[in-house]
Ligand binder design. Structure first.
Ligand code: PMP
Length: 426
């Protein structure tokens, strides 16, 4: 007799496999396929030697070796928290005290993904509202679904999240009495996953101002996901949204060593107000009582030795070249294609390609045609919220140039053009 069925929690029942895992799996299974789907980093430039030297340095001294191999603290390695604080403040051109921050306001996390999850645990009850960009980071949407949060979206233009639309949404929620359920406004503000767009400076200031203005009964938290910030390859860095929160009240800033260094370290970090930090640490205590201590020691050594800054600089050159190759290939292959347009990111590794009249969706004709031609992209639909399917555009693709090699990029775009031609002719 089979055993009685499992009785799963509401949270588990709300949690489904990420819709893009099918696409990642497909890429792994299909020999010769060029994948622009997975958001993986450039393979050839992973810092094998630098990490090797850092680990060797750590274990060369039994005292530091043992410290790194022992459990750490829930909040994270103190020297790494100091370094991270300095990194973010240097990028913003401020001293920590100017923005009311100390290393106590920094938490080291198991990738920035853990911070996104834990912050949800701290703030959301089922039915609470989270405002995100349309489109936004797919995995964040899945996570919100687990938490039972309701997602409302704000459109983007070439300068990032539209503040006029955000203001109208907040005003509408105030009038309907639903403002009380709004907990977070989420932005991926540098070279956004999935569009590659960046939030303009004036909008950064406005975002904090709106959060403050509409925080009547409780504080609305701005969750700034700066995962790609250090991968800028054109133009000057922009101040963070956090920079416009001088008393450390409204903005949780999160970033990661995954993109500018190595995702294998699975080490991220966040700066946040003290009354967010305290409950978050309680939850993190139950989760893992601290992120991998060895990874944190490695990250700290890489920063201290200058290897981290050097490597990030190298990566910026690698990704600039790949961006140029992808954009040149798009110009060559899609110049004459009716109403094909694409973003040209100033950093990160995503290009957002939009068509008129081609269904790029998971059940549309382009996915099988692209597979047949030997290339894969992520349907843009996944970046939109699915319980509002009527208004979800189905003519967009996310193209990631992170993991594809320099040879594969032009060839992959040629294949995509071939797939588009095949379905347009068919
Ligand atoms: N935020 C964004 C926007 C991302 O694209 C990713 C990784 N794909 C993450 C957070 C999480 O990265 P990690 O956990 O490796 O730091």
């Amino acid at each position: 007799m089979p055993p009685a069925p499992l009785s799963r929690s509401g949270k588990s029942r709300r949690t489904t496999d990420s819709p893009i895992s099918y696409f990642i799996q497909k890429a792994l299974e299909t020999p010769g396929l060029i994948s622009f789907a997975a958001g993986l980093v450039d393979e050839g430039s992973l810092p094998v030697e630098e990490v090797g030297a850092a680990v060797a340095g750590i274990v060369a001294d039994p005292l530091t070796g043992r410290a790194a191999l022992q459990y750490g603290s829930t909040q994270g390695l103190p020297e790494l928290r100091e370094q991270v604080l300095q990194l973010v403040c240097d990028a913003d051109g401020v001293r920590p005290s100017d923005v009311n921050l100390t290393a106590d306001d920094v938490c080291i996390t198991t990738g920035s993904q853990q911070l996104l999850y834990l912050l949800g645990e701290v703030l959301f009850d089922p039915g609470d509202i989270v405002i995100t960009e349309a489109p936004s980071y797919f995995v964040f949407h899945s996570l919100l679904q687990s938490h039972g949060a309701k997602v409302l979206t704000v459109p983007l233009d070439e300068h990032g999240m539209r503040m006029d639309a955000l203001e109208s949404l907040l005003e509408r929620l105030r009038r309907s009495g639903d403002l009380a359920r709004v907990k977070v406004i989420y932005t991926v503000d540098y070279f956004q996953n999935p569009t590659g767009l960046t939030l303009a400076v004036d909008r950064r200031a406005k975002l904090v101002e709106l959060a403050r203005q509409y925080s009547t009964n409780h504080r609305i938290i701005v969750l700034e996901d700066a995962a790609y910030r250090e991968l800028r390859f054109t133009g000057a860095d922009l101040p963070s949204v956090k920079r416009f929160d001088p008393k450390n009240e409204f903005v949780v800033y999160t970033s990661t060593f995954s993109k500018p260094c190595s995702p294998g370290l699975k080490t991220g970090y966040a700066l946040m107000p003290p009354d967010v930090m305290a409950p978050l640490l309680h939850l993190k205590g139950s989760h893992d009582f601290g992120s991998g201590n060895l990874s944190q020691h490695v990250a700290s050594r890489l920063i201290a030795s200058g290897a981290y800054a050097k490597h990030a600089e190298h990566l910026r050159n690698v990704y600039r070249k790949k961006r140029d190759l992808m954009v040149q290939a798009l110009e060559t292959e899609f110049r004459d294609f009716p109403a094909a347009r694409w973003t040209v990111p100033a950093g990160g590794f995503y290009v957002w390609l939009t068509f008129d009249g081609i269904d790029t969706g998971p059940d549309g004709p382009l996915v099988p045609a692209a597979l047949e031609a030997g290339v894969l992209y992520v349907p843009g639909q996944f970046g939109h919220v699915f319980d509002d399917t009527d208004s979800v555009p189905n003519n967009e693709c996310r193209l990631c140039f992170g993991v594809a090699t320099e040879d594969q990029i032009p060839e992959g775009i040629r294949r995509l053009r071939k797939a588009c031609a095949a379905i347009s002719a068919g």
